[in-house]
Design a binder for this molecule. Structure first.
Ligand code: LIP
Length: 265
């Protein structure tokens, strides 16, 4: 599937150029929920991506965050996030990415994550490794959860969903070197694949946020599962990515919560 990557990269770059026109200059914002909104640049980015993918891959379905499902009869489907980290982008916070993942069934087989601000293009194809700007990347070698550096996020229903990840955020803060909430699942996954982070987890996440990132981490030598440890993570709406060495320790804290062992000091 690596033959789709040059096209996906070029599409992500075109969308990135549009998004960068709006960085720091967002005018029109539409509320989708109490804390969930979309900018004009989400829509413009998605329009470019969807039309380009439809032209290049007419028999591939597309599931895009803002316009939903564009069905086709073939076995392949693109999942598209035109700006992952919309809240960051809308507030001028420099952490967001364009995310394109290609699925065969529920399995991610190719993906690109493009951070246009830092000009970082992450790519992966099944069985072909992971790269940043064309150079191979690998996950970290941290094996001790007590020294690990993790990230997480919070879904837009945080105010109403009893399982809103706040308890888990505290549990991991007490059991790791630190946990960051960066506001972009795609960046969380990409930085785990690069080794800047040792792992990331989240509940209530969408396929377009994490399909490309989950594959990227796997191809960089790490693991990607649901928060229950299921390799088929996309249908679950949850994710854990890690360097592999920490995966079972992370799953244990998610399973045991406050009763999970604390580091000695
Ligand atoms: C965001 C994710 C982030 C999550 C946010 C939101 P969006 O995606 O990347 O990890 O915590 O709630 O879902 O909405 O910016 O594309």
């Amino acid at each position: 599937m690596s033959d789709v990557l040059p096209i996906a990269e070029a599409v992500a770059r075109r969308a990135g150029a549009i998004v960068m026109e709006g960085f720091g200059r967002v005018h029109r914002v539409r509320q989708k929920g109490a804390i969930d909104f979309v900018t004009e640049f989400d829509h413009r980015s998605e329009e470019v991506i969807v039309s380009a993918l439809q032209k290049e891959f007419p028999d591939h379905a597309i599931l895009a965050e803002e316009t939903g499902l564009h069905p086709r009869t073939g076995e392949y489907q693109w999942v598209v996030d035109p700006i992952d980290g919309t809240t960051n982008f809308a507030h001028g916070l420099p952490l967001f990415a364009i995310c394109l993942g290609l699925l065969r069934g529920n399995v991610p087989v190719a993906g690109v994550i493009y951070d246009p601000l830092h000009e970082e293009m992450y790519c992966a194809a099944l069985g072909r490794g992971a790269t940043l700007n064309g150079r191979p990347i690998r996950v970290s070698s941290q094996a001790d959860l007590g020294q690990a550096f993790l990230a997480t996020g919070f879904a837009y229903d945080i105010r109403t969903n009893p399982r809103n990840n706040l308890a888990q955020f505290a549990q991991f803060q007490l059991r790791t070197q630190g946990v960051r909430r960066l506001g972009s699942a795609a960046i969380d996954c990409a930085w785990t694949a690069l080794g800047r982070l040792d792992g990331y987890w989240e509940f209530g996440i969408e396929p377009w946020d994490v399909a490309a990132g989950g594959l990227l981490v796997r191809e960089a030598g790490g693991r990607a599962t649901s928060t229950d440890g299921d390799e088929d993570f996309l249908p679950t709406g949850t994710i854990v990515v890690s360097n592999g060495l920490l995966h079972e320790q992370i799953l244990r804290v998610l399973r045991e919560g406050d009763t999970a062992p604390l580091p000695e000091q």
